[in-house]
Design a protein around this ligand. Structure first.
Ligand code: S5P
Length: 466
């Protein structure tokens, strides 16, 4: 153990920042020790020690701005900002609901990388909340540094979400130092060690409860494997003649057809049967992109009734979670051979979805594995897609729209990312509309998207195996 760290631990013990007894943590767990660094702000000598130890840990990490999570880490981060001459930003603790709805204080250059500083990590969950807020304001985060790591495996939990954790000292190391200086007995030291060893972090619980894919997801995965394609055709044309003509040319290349049935002006009762013939012949599944968003009772009627009776012919539907989890009950209560994709992130410019919303949607999906097969998501580049993908639990698929053969967009706010990049970044399937149905040669174009996406997929699998 580094002597500076040892001295620091003893100082913390002197000011009673480490307490032993029975303490209820935020999560409700009873802990045999408690680390409370709030008061160190009144001990300039200890602040200096903490700051120097933190600076030592962050040497060599690339970041252009730093932030301290209020309150404890905020004054420390201000000192570090001064010492390193690196700008500071911070997050308002209470959400601001008036004036400019800006919750991050300070000047942030778009896409700047920010180091997050905090006093203690217990589960990692609150770090993620902070990162969500930063990311939704365009600030990138890859590293977090804390003074004390008192978690069971917070570093692993954060790494799973794409962030590196650095810590000055662990709670077990603290207990060892205090024991070796006669400040605590061996019993207490062992109690701390055992407590941390057996602690179930929130992150861990979530990983353990990763569900097995539902039957509809398995059917879709089987189709992808068998046909060797992860292409979803978004056939947004306005009449049945064009619809079935383009479908007949492109169906051999696709694993799933995405419809916007309410665009088809001559929709009639024969449509579902004509569609079924093709889906059986060419073996693709059907996703009606209805983007349900209302209360449970209304979506139930929209899904099962009306002109289109979507539940009769579509394997999957898309759902916005804005109305809350009950929308899934409204849609799927009593139905077990259908499933959904939830809108977790969108491809349109300046849409209102932020990181916190995305995470909530993913949490709802995770809690409803029997009616959710995955998420519709978008990232502007491979790095952003990969970040999103890391948030999605095993057993759920990420479908990405806003895909072209090259980078670009349309005049109405759509953004396009190249197909290969989307899949290399982590998209399990790509959704392509105009790139195929507006092209002269539908079949050739569908084939091109298919190979770009499939090659990207194979590349990703190969890299994962390395
Ligand atoms: O964020 C989204 C979500 C969806 S489902 N962005 C999208 O573009 N979509 C849908 O994907 C959109 O409604 C359209 O049907 C398709 C993309 O079409 P394209 O012609 O731009 O490829």
């Amino acid at each position: 153990m580094n002597t500076a760290v040892e001295k620091f631990i003893l100082k913390l013990s002197e000011i009673n920042a480490v307490k032993f007894g029975k303490f209820t943590l935020k999560s409700g767990i009873i802990s045999p020790f408690y680390i409370d660094l709030r008061d160190i702000v009144s001990y300039p000598e200890i602040v200096e020690m903490a700051v120097m130890l933190l600076i030592d840990k962050i040497k060599g990490l690339g970041f252009e701005v730093l932030t301290g999570i209020p309150y404890t880490a905020l004054p420390l981060s201000a000192v570090i900002s001064q010492k390193l001459n690196i700008p500071l930003i911070y997050i308002r603790k209470e959400e601001k609901s008036y004036g400019t709805a800006k919750n991050v204080i300070g000047r942030i250059a778009k896409n700047s990388k920010c180091l997050v500083i905090d006093d203690v990590i217990t589960t990692g969950e609150s770090k993620i909340e902070t990162i969500d807020q930063l990311e939704s304001e365009g600030v990138g985060v890859s590293d977090i540094v804390v003074i004390v790591d008192r978690s069971h495996d917070g570093a692993k939990y954060l790494a799973g979400k794409g962030y590196n954790l650095h810590s000055v000292v662990t709670a077990v190391e603290m207990a060892e130092v205090l024991f070796s200086h006669g400040k605590i007995g061996s019993e207490l030291k062992n109690e701390v060690e055992n407590f941390i060893k057996n602690m179930n972090t929130e992150g861990e619980d979530k990983a353990e409860s990763a569900p097995v894919a539902n039957k509809m997801t398995r059917d879709l995965l089987e189709t992808i494997e068998r046909k060797e394609t992860n292409l979803v055709l978004s056939l947004d044309v306005e009449n049945q003649k064009d619809f079935f003509e383009i479908l007949d040319r492109t169906a051999p290349h696709i694993a799933m057809l995405k419809t916007h049935v309410d665009i088809i002006s001559d929709y009639d009762a024969d449509f579902p049967e004509r569609l079924r013939e093709r889906s059986e012949k060419y073996r693709f599944m059907v996703l009606e992109d209805r983007k349900f968003a209302d209360i449970g009772n209304t979506v139930r009627m929209q899904y099962r009734g009306g002109i289109y009776k979507i539940s009769g012919w579509s394997d999957f539907v898309t759902v916005h979670m804005i109305a809350g989890e009950s929308i899934l009950n409204g849609l799927f209560d009593g139905i077990n051979d259908k499933s959904s994709f939830l809108l977790a992130a969108m491809s349109s410019k300046e849409n209102l979805i932020n990181q916190a919303y995305t995470r909530r949607v993913i949490d709802i999906g995770r809690a409803n594995p029997s009616s959710v097969s995955g998420f519709i998501g978008f990232g502007e580049n491979a790095e952003k897609i990969s970040k999103l993908k890391k948030k999605i639990p095993a057993g759920f698929l990420l479908l990405m729209p806003g895909v072209g053969l090259e980078k670009g967009g349309d005049t109405l706010g759509q953004t396009y990312v190249p197909a290969g990049e989307a899949v290399r970044g982590g998209a399990d399937m790509i959704i392509v509309g105009r790139g195929i149905y507006k092209s002269g040669d539908y079949s050739k174009n569908a084939g091109e998207y298919r190979s770009a996406a499939w090659n990207g997929y194979i590349d990703r699998i190969k890299n994962q195996c390395k």
